[in-house]
Design a protein around this ligand. Structure first.
Ligand code: ADP
Ligand code: MG
Length: 712
């Protein structure tokens, strides 16, 4: 194996070298890269672009079209700050000009000083981004464009002009330009990447060489097919996606072999008496659908084969009750149960609801999140069996959590968790029964391909007594109407959510949007009302406190980033206002909308769109006005976005795959799964020489994830 080039004098950089030692990185950038999960040079090479910008065809301003991505080369003509106004946001605007005209670009939530000095009059820029129509002026504008200064060409080659520029996921403090540069440096090492897919499979599936694929994905050249790259359908992308799936599937295949040899799971008795006792816990009658699913679960856990069931149910269909029911079957069979939720807020809410429902029983429940106090004691109680139900985030799967006798695991909103994390938790018990719950419909075939022998249950019914939700798309001009709906509802004693999206690739902008608007609302439109703020950067204790106050009705309006997206339950909330709704996927909007309409009060979902009726962005949202059916919306969403980030895994902070997308790349996934399972069937210990690299890759990457004892 080659060791790679000499990049820093006297140091030989290898693929597994810490990223800090790569030329142009250093400790500070290394820290930023760490936030993106990049710790070694290899990690950087596998940090792939999310999209590409065609800068081979820089256009003139006169050629720019609304709703398309534009790339222009222009000089700064003037800058300005648009005035504050009622309900309006402060905007920093730059007028860029070339020979053919003027194009404006705008920034919200900015430091005026920084932007002013950055865009000095006369400086020349490559400006790119999606073009929209400015709501006040009616002129073309790019909001938060990608900008790169045209400077003296440094290394004999510009990284931004005359090429297809990759666009990477970023974190604050890292620019596109910086990432492009260091990736470029790292590419010298692409040669030494070993391919764990045996040659015969590469030939069979017609896959190009791995190192070449890595290079071409980061650095497309004139022979690249940009439109296929944009759709993740280029051969080089297929190769990388195949590899990613193949490794996981090989691990799953080995795991399955091991599981087959393991002892049986333990059967839990769930007779009519126990089921009656469970049903009596709830202050409401279970819906027929809930009851049916609970019976399906009782049937499963009654066998000595561990349950592996996926429960799909639209938002608000009452999955939590089913989860608790399942947990109680375990507890009243003298076993422990674990309920894992994707966020602290959700875990806390489950904890609160469940302790309330169980207050008259002797069932001991504990909450375990990374932020919760008294963890030592919780660990001890979980370990000696004092705790019956442990509720938590992924803190539940940390290695210092040891269960006394874990009988059943519920994973809520499963699309937020990776395969690995699920497996990690299951390792903690002797083959516990597992219930996976999701509000995002997963096609059955896909679920099978991903998770093997999953049985699927569906709750296809909402609890009774729910008033309808009126959904309306609202343009900038009608903003005041939306504000008065909120004011009216609060005056009637109801509560409201106002949500801000993830803007671009930066988490900080989202945060700022929510924070500044919170301040503006508190003193402006909603002065005198109780406005609360919740966002991802707040301490978990602070977040919990706000949520607690909101659920007690002590906060009228909750301004937040997308942290409330999944699962939060406050029946008294009747307004969901989503800012910049056109930047959300439909499924995500449906999830958000599901936060309201949970009582007999009429509810409102206000989709604030930065566009105008008739524009594609506006028309896309119309599905939301037309239907409340999650499956229909998911289909439309898939259609529109080609499954790009259907599962929103990028926003979860728990990315499962770096380039592969289980829905979009479903066919590749199926191929990789077939190939991997066949390989493992033929060579269960991966002892053949042509499988030695795969064996090593699995051991390296899955060492801590799976007990791959069999391959030694
Ligand atoms: P989701 O499926 O989105 O997780 P939840 O479990 O949060 O839904 O339930 C939504 C709301 O419906 C909660 O307030 C819950 O108490 C209520 N609920 C659940 N089941 C019923 C039922 N059978 N009858 C009345 N209300 C119910
Ligand atoms: Mg839920």
């Amino acid at each position: 194996m080659k060791t790679g080039d000499e990049l820093v004098a006297g140091t030989s950089i290898k693929l597994d070298s810490p990223i800090m030692y790569l030329k142009g990185v250093g400790p500070k950038r290394a820290e930023l890269l760490g936030k993106l999960g990049i710790f070694t040079v290899q990690d950087l090479l596998f940090h792939f672009p999310v999209r590409y910008e065609d800068r081979t065809r820089v256009m003139t301003i006169s050629e720019v079209e609304v709703d398309n991505v534009a790339v222009v080369r222009a000089r700064v003509k003037s800058t300005s700050v648009a005035p504050r106004g009622r309900g309006r946001r402060r905007v920093f605007e730059v007028a860029f000009a070339d020979k053919t005209g003027v194009l404006r670009a705008s920034w919200f939530n900015f430091s005026e000083k920084a932007l002013k000095s950055r865009f000095s009059i006369g400086s020349e820029w490559i400006v790119s981004g999606k073009v929209t129509i400015n709501r006040y002026r009616g002129s073309k504008i790019i909001v938060h464009p990608d900008t790169e200064k045209v400077e003296k060409v440094e290394d004999g080659e510009s990284l931004s002009l005359g090429c297809v520029a990759p666009v990477y996921p970023l974190t604050d403090g890292l620019s596109q330009k910086a990432v492009r540069k260091i990736v470029r440096t790292a590419l010298d090492l692409a040669e030494s990447i070993e391919d764990f897919v045996p040659r015969y499979l590469n030939e069979k599936y017609n896959l190009p060489p791995l190192n070449e694929s890595v290079r071409r994905v980061h650095w497309p050249d004139s022979s690249s097919d940009l439109s296929r790259l944009g759709r993740f359908q280029a051969p080089e992308q297929k190769k990388l996606i195949f590899n990613e799936f193949f490794l996981v599937q090989s691990g799953l295949a080995l795991k399955r072999n091991i599981a087959r040899k393991e002892q049986k799971g333990s059967a839990l008795k769930a007779g009519p008496e126990l089921m009656g006792k469970i049903k009596s816990i709830f202050p409401f009658r279970l819906t027929d659908a809930q009851e049916r699913v609970l019976m399906e679960i009782a049937g499963d856990v009654g066998k000595d084969r561990p349950m592996n069931r996926l429960l799909q149910g639209d938002v608000g269909s009452g999955k939590t009750a089913v989860a608790l029911g399942a947990a109680l079957i375990a507890v009243w069979n003298r076993k422990q149960a674990a309920i894992m939720a994707p966020t602290e807020i959700l875990a806390t809410q489950h904890y609160r609801n469940i302790t309330q429902l169980l207050r008259k029983t002797k069932v001991e429940v504990v909450l375990l999140t990374s932020g919760s106090a008294g963890r030592k004691e919780a660990y001890a109680n979980i370990a000696d069996g004092t705790t019956h139900i442990a509720i938590g985030t992924h803190a539940l799967i940390q290695s210092d959590v040891k269960f006394h006798d874990l009988g059943l695991v519920v994973v809520d909103e499963q699309h937020r968790f990776g395969v690995m994390q699920r497996a990690e938790l299951m390792k903690k018990g002797i083959r516990p029964h597992t219930l996976i719950m999701t509000a995002t419909p997963i096609p059955r075939t896909l679920a099978m391909t991903l998770y093997g022998d999953l049985d699927v249950s569906v709750i296809d019914q909402q609890p009774p007594g729910r008033a309808p939700i009126t959904t309306t798309i609202i343009g900038p001009a009608q903003r005041s109407a939306a504000i008065s709906i909120i004011q009216d509802q609060v005056a009637m004693g109801r509560q409201a959510y106002i949500v801000y999206p993830l803007v671009e690739e930066s988490e900080k902008l989202e945060l700022k949007a929510a924070t500044t608007m919170f301040e503006r609302f508190s003193t402006g439109d909603f002065a005198g009302l109780r406005v609360g703020l919740s966002h991802g950067r707040m301490k978990s204790s602070e977040k919990e406190e706000v949520m607690e106050r909101f659920s007690k009705g002590e906060v009228d309006i909750l301004v937040s980033t997308t942290v409330i997206e999944v699962g939060v339950d406050q029946p008294n909330a009747t307004v969901m206002m989503v800012e910049h709704a056109d930047r959300f996927g439909l499924s995500q909007l449906h999830q958000l909308r599901g936060r309201v309409g949970r009582s007999h009060h009429r509810s409102y979902c206000l989709l604030m769109a930065d566009t105008y009726p008739g524009s594609p962005a506006w028309e896309r949202l119309r599905v939301m006005e037309k239907t409340m059916d999650g499956f229909t919306i998911a289909e439309a969403d898939l259609d529109q976005r080609g499954a790009g980030d259907f599962f929103g895994s990028r926003q979860s902070g728990l990315p499962e795959f770096r380039i592969g997308d289980i829905l979009r790349d479903y066919k590749i996934l199926a191929e990789a799964r077939k190939a991997a399972f066949k390989l493992v069937d033929n060579d269960p210990h991966l002892g053949k020489p042509e499988h030695s690299i795969l064996r090593r890759a699995l051991k390296e990457r899955w060492k801590h994830k799976f007990e791959l004892g069999d391959i030694g």
